[in-house]
Design a protein around this ligand. Sequence first.
Ligand SMILES: [Zn+2]
Length: 122
Amino acid sequence: MIEHKVNDQWIETLKDGKRHMIKLVKHVLRCRVCIYHNGFGCELPSTFTKGCPFPGTEIVAIDLGIVDENDILHCPFCGGKMEVLDKFYAFDGFTVRCKVCSCGTDCYMTKDKALEAANRRV
Ligand SMILES: [Zn+2]
């Protein structure tokens, strides 16, 4: 069973058949901005074994966007594809950089940390 809490994020296939990065955040508009609310009720994924974990609160699930085959979101600035670079220039570590506009994350000692930084949005 999965316990959900604020700032959790995960990848889920939505109705469009594409894999999206979903994140739990606080939002004053409540259910109105939640991706699981269809205007009438909630269509929760099967991972929500106990139903909505935050009924009547400001915690909602939002869609951060579609991820690529490497589980990386597209560039937040230009929408370009991001790539992981190992030992970029003289840095002894990992960075994730946009192939189009070249913006990227700081340098991290592990690939996981660099990916985490690249997929952080809110
Ligand atoms: Zn870019």
